[in-house]
Design a protein around this ligand. Structure first.
Ligand SMILES: O=P(O)(O)OC[C@H]1O[C@H](O)[C@H](O)[C@@H](O)[C@@H]1O
Length: 575
């Protein structure tokens, strides 16, 4: 269907507000109109995500309504006495979309547990498990720029729905063609019918008690937490209350970045509220001049990501990469557990295929298995659930290079409250040894090898952009890259075809992960690169990784390797 037909449907419908119609009529750029209507928001890496505004390819009450209606129909068909927990963050319209969703679910007889104030992703996951609901929703666009919002969907085990369930919900959504196909009741009616209940302090309290049990060196924390100097920024998001509360209950004192303390969906001090982005720490660094902290960290709007800054040997502030944080936590958890005789025989750490290989050496050293899954924390959540059923393995820690971490099994998505708590324990531990977090990182590098990773993103927006990204990944699929800067490639993994080819022998082996549009090349010297389209932003991502003889050597290697891979990607875009 041409986008113009859809556009006219919106302009003529009595269900679409005058405000939306005026917004649409004021758009003169045909490309912009096409982008708003050529498709519908689809499930990506983490549910629906899009720019706020009128259109089928935008986040608004109609697209959110359709998603909630689809979910409601799916639940009613498949579960007896369906229920759903809902949380939302500080983004523009998050609270409104949460209420719209609650009213639609309630109209279908789905009992809704809605957070009475903004709450992070981990608290939603926890609430799903606490109330044993059939599903969960978080209204958030996580770390995306301020113009975005999104709709993350959770399954009954508390993790984001994986491909199979997402497809079923999508099918229901596709069957909703008219605005009037979406049913809704008022908040008042939903409350009166006991179909809408607000979540308050009880869940938060239980969550706090649960996650505190994850502290490994309890006595050490009890004795030394008070000595750690912490600067924390919630970047105007939902982390402020839970992160500070758990740290306070454990005896830490936190200096919060005042200008970024309160929720604000316009993110006035950090328009791209992603702790991957060093700009979000500018105010924290200013505060650091006065506080002289041992650790600075920040959480994203829905508090599932955490970013960290530490001082290096020369006193220069270093923004740690997501991989470095993953290495620090993996190493500390295993080391501390070993010291406390708590490493289980069947322990497992889980990471994604684009995350650092350094943890392979770390886990091996501690006799713990390492498992790789596709990008998306939902795949880690799914494994935790599987092991809970089979008891085959004990989940110890899961992480992604994209700044997501989880320990414990109370929550089934990445949890920046837990990660912040563990990072403070790590910083305290090393402080008692007269070491900084940076010293700890150097210790890991020296022990396990100088692995360094990088990422380069190629933004391509709109319908044409999607097509360009698709073609570029196809370029890496259809042609064989034989060498990079004179270093031979030794294997090519095509996760869409689920096949690994040994480029030296031609031998093919199967990849057992679900099919995904990802290509990975590994080189003779152990370096590797991956290309894949982002499932949350209009970008293609190229991940690069090298191993050096020293940190300096690795940095030099990284610089040239990255340039070379970028040049190949650019060739791919031109092909
Ligand atoms: O690379 P993308 O598809 O954009 O995904 C990047 C990240 O986005 C979200 O934060 C998901 O929860 C993560 O699991 C994922 O790694």
């Amino acid at each position: 269907m041409s986008y113009k037909v859809k556009l006219n449907e919106w302009l003529e419908s009595e269900f679409v507000s005058e405000e939306f119609k005026t917004e649409l009529r004021s758009i003169e750029d045909e490309k912009e109109l096409e982008d708003r209507f050529y498709t519908e928001l689809e499930f990506g890496t983490a549910g629906l995500r899009g720019v706020l505004g009128a259109g089928t390819n935008r986040m608004n009450i109609h697209t959110v309504g359709k998603a909630a209606e689809g979910l409601a129909r799916h639940l009613v068909k498949n579960v007896e006495n369906p229920s759903c927990a809902i949380a939302y963050d500080s983004r523009i319209k998050s609270d409104e979309f949460a209420m719209v969703s609650a009213q639609i679910l309630a109209a279908h007889g789905v009992k809704v547990y809605l957070y009475e104030a903004l709450a992070p992703v981990p608290l939603l996951s926890f609430a799903v498990r606490h109330y044993k609901t059939s599903a969960g929703i978080v209204i958030t666009a996580s770390h995306n720029p301020q113009a975005y919002n999104g709709f993350k969907v959770y399954g009954s085990y508390g993790g984001q729905v994986t491909d199979e369930e997402a497809d079923k919900i999508l099918k229901e959504m596709h069957a909703i063609v008219k605005f009037e196909d979406v049913s809704s009741i008022s908040e008042k009616e939903a409350i009166e019918k006991n179909l809408l209940v607000y979540i308050g302090e009880e869940v938060m309290k239980t969550y706090m008690e649960s996650i505190k049990t994850l502290t490994v060196k309890k006595d050490m924390v009890k004795e030394h937490a008070k000595d750690l100097k912490i600067i924390y920024t919630p970047i105007h998001g939902s982390g402020n209350i839970p992160v500070r509360r758990v740290l306070k209950e454990l005896g830490y004192t936190v200096h919060v970045v005042k200008e970024q303390e309160l929720p604000d969906g316009t993110f006035p001090t950090a328009p791209y509220p992603n702790p991957e982005n060093p700009q979000v720490f500018e105010l924290a660094l200013k505060l650091a001049e006065e506080v002289q902290p041992d650790i600075i960290f920040g959480t994203d709007p829905d508090c599932d990501r955490v970013g960290v800054i530490v001082k290096d040997k020369d006193g220069t502030d270093q923004v740690l990469s997501g991989n470095q944080i993953g290495m620090l936590i993996t190493y500390y958890l295993l080391k501390a557990m070993k010291e406390e005789n708590k490493v289980p025989d069947n322990g497992v750490v889980i990471k994604t295929i684009v995350s650092t290989e350094s943890v392979r050496a770390i886990t091996k050293d501690f006799g713990v298995e390492l498992l790789d899954v596709l990008t998306g924390f939902k795949y880690i959540g799914e494994k935790i659930e599987e092991y809970k059923e089979t008891k085959e393995k004990t989940f110890l820690f899961g992480f992604e290079e994209s700044f997501g971490y989880l320990a414990g099994t109370f929550v089934r998505d990445k949890d920046a409250v837990v990660a912040s708590m563990i990072l403070c324990e790590i910083a305290t531990y090393y402080k008692t040894k007269g070491m900084t977090l940076y010293d700890a990182l150097v210790e890991i590098y020296e022990k396990y090898g100088f692995y360094l990773e990088g990422i380069e993103s190629f933004t391509r927006t709109g319908k044409d952009g999607q097509e360009q990204i698709r073609k570029c990944v196809d370029y890496f699929r259809s042609s064989t890259i034989e060498e990079v800067g004179g270093v031979k490639t030794v294997s090519k993994e095509d996760y869409k075809l689920r096949e690994k080819v040994n480029l030296l022998t031609g031998e093919k082996t199967a990849i057992t992960l679900p099919s995904s549009n990802v290509i990975k090349y590994t080189l003779e010297d152990g370096s590797w690169f991956v290309v894949r389209p982002s499932g949350t932003e209009p970008k293609m991502k190229a991940y690069v990784a090298v191993k050096g003889h020293s940190l300096e050597d690795a940095k030099e290697k990284m610089e040239t390797f990255k340039k070379r891979v970028v040049a190949i990607v650019e060739k791919g875009f031109e092909a």
